[in-house]
Design a protein around this ligand. Structure first.
Ligand SMILES: Cc1cc2nc3c(=O)[nH]c(=O)nc-3n(C[C@H](O)[C@H](O)[C@H](O)COP(=O)(O)O)c2cc1C
Length: 339
C-alpha cells in the first residue's frame, strides 16, 4: 500500500482507496480554498463515490454580501480544489454545478469512477493547495513572466470566467481609486465594521475560522498606486511584524480583474473556480496574490468598474507579485464540515 504525503496538507489515501478515504481526503483539501473573511461558507456530504458541496448560509456575510455572491465565489474555489484533489489521485471528476433548482444551496455534486493518471501540471497545482496564502501588502519589484499571465488568463476561460491584466496606468488608477473609495465608505458603516470584527478574531483566539492576526501585516504598506487593505486589526495594532526594519521599496504588482459575462449564481461559482485556478497557477510559479473585494461589495462602485473597464460583470480584484510570505491561516477540520 502506497501512502504519499503531500507537503503541509492531508495525507493522500492509499491506492486503491475506499470511497470513504477518498471523500475525506478531497474534502480535507477543499477546506484550504480561499473564502471571503475566511468564513469557509461550506459543508459537504458524502455517499459512495460522490461528494456534494453545499453553501452554508449561516456563514454568509449578510451585510457585505446580501446576495451571497462572495459566498458562492468561495464555494466555487472549494469546488475547484475538490476536483483538483480527485485529479491528483488519478480520478476523473464528474461535476454538476447547481444541479437542483429546488436546492439553491447545493453548489455541486462531484462523482468519480473512471481513472486517468494526473498530469504534471495538475500535481503541481495540487501541491500548492495547502501552501498558498493570501498576501496583504506590497510586492518586491520583480516582473512576472508574460507566459504565466497568459496561462492564468487562459485557465480562467476554461472555468467560464475572464481574467484581465490591467496594463494601462489609467485602468490601474481607476481600480486603486475605487478600492480606496470602498475602504473609506466602510469606515463610516457600523454594520460592516461589526461584521468585520465578528470575522477577525483577536491574537491567540482558538477559532479555526475568520481572518487571524497571523495573516495580515501590523503596518499597512503603501504602494503607487495604493490599494488599501481591509482593517482586520480595527485599530488594535494586531498583525505580523515586518520581516526587517528596513523599508524596502514595494510595488502594487500586476493588477488583474476577474469577471464573468453574466451575473447569476452559476457565474459566481465559475468565478470562484477560476479564482482558485489562477491563485494556484501563480503559487506554483512562486507568485503571490492579494485580493480586494471591498469595491465589489458596494453596488455603485461595482457599476463604476463595469462602466469604466467593461468586460462583463466584475467579480474580484487581484494583485499579483513576488514576495516572501510569512502569513499563517486557519481552517476547520474536515470532520467539522463533512456531515
Ligand atoms: C470572494 C473573496 C473575497 C475576498 N476578499 C478579500 C479582501 O477584500 N481582502 C483580503 O485581504 N482578502 C480577501 N480574501 C481572501 C480571504 O480573506 C482569505 O482567502 C482567507 O482569509 C483565508 O486565507 P488564505 O487565503 O491565506 O488561506 C477574499 C477571498 C475570497 C474568496
Amino acid at each position: 500500500m502506497d501512502t504519499e504525503p503531500l507537503a503541509g496538507g492531508a495525507t493522500a489515501p492509499p491506492d486503491p482507496a475506499t470511497a470513504e478515504e477518498i471523500s475525506r481526503y478531497i474534502v480535507a483539501e477543499a477546506t484550504w480554498a480561499p473564502s471571503v473573511h475566511n468564513t469557509q461558507p461550506w459543508w459537504f456530504s458524502a455517499e459512495g463515490q460522490r461528494v456534494s458541496l453545499y453553501a452554508d448560509a449561516g456563514r454568509q456575510l449578510t451585510v457585505a454580501d446580501p446576495d451571497g455572491r462572495e459566498m458562492m465565489i468561495s464555494c466555487g474555489a472549494a469546488l475547484f480544489t475538490l476536483r483538483l484533489a480527485l485529479r491528483s489521485l488519478g480520478y476523473i471528476p464528474r461535476t454538476r454545478v447547481l444541479p437542483d433548482s429546488a436546492q439553491p444551496l447545493l453548489v455541486a455534486d462531484v462523482s468519480w469512477r473512471e481513472r486517468l493518471a494526473a498530469a504534471d501540471f495538475e500535481k503541481r497545482l495540487a501541491s500548492q493547495v495547502p501552501r498558498r496564502r493570501t498576501h496583504r501588502g506590497g510586492f518586491d519589484p520583480v516582473p512576472i513572466s508574460p507566459s504565466l499571465l497568459a496561462a492564468m488568463s487562459e485557465g480562467a476561460t476554461r472555468d467560464g470566467a475572464t481574467f484581465r491584466v490591467m496594463t494601462d496606468g489609467g485602468q490601474r488608477a481607476v481600480l486603486a481609486a475605487v478600492a480606496d473609495a470602498a475602504e473609506q465608505a466602510m469606515h463610516g458603516d457600523s454594520g460592516r465594521i461589526q461584521e468585520l470584527i465578528t470575522w477577525s478574531p483577536p491574537p491567540g483566539s482558538p477559532r479555526r475560522d475568520g481572518v487571524p492576526s497571523t495573516s495580515y501585516p501590523r503596518r499597512a504598506e503603501h504602494t503607487d498606486p495604493n490599494f488599501p487593505g481591509r482593517d482586520f486589526a480595527h485599530g488594535q495594532g494586531w498583525g505580523i511584524p515586518p520581516l526587517s526594519s528596513a523599508r524596502a521599496p514595494r510595488i502594487a504588482g500586476v493588477v488583474g480583474l476577474l469577471s464573468t459575462a453574466e451575473d447569476r449564481p452559476v457565474d459566481w461559482v465559475n468565478a470562484g473556480q477560476a479564482l482558485q485556478r489562477v491563485l494556484l497557477t501563480a503559487a506554483a510559479c512562486g507568485v503571490s496574490a492579494a485580493l480586494h473585494s471591498q469595491p465589489l461589495e458596494l453596488p455603485w462602485l461595482r457599476e463604476v468598474i463595469r462602466r469604466k473597464l467593461g468586460g462583463g460583470h466584475p467579480q474580484l480584484l487581484l494583485r499579483l507579485g513576488a514576495v516572501i510570505q510569512t502569513e499563517v491561516s486557519v481552517r476547520r477540520s474536515p470532520g467539522e464540515v463533512l456531515r
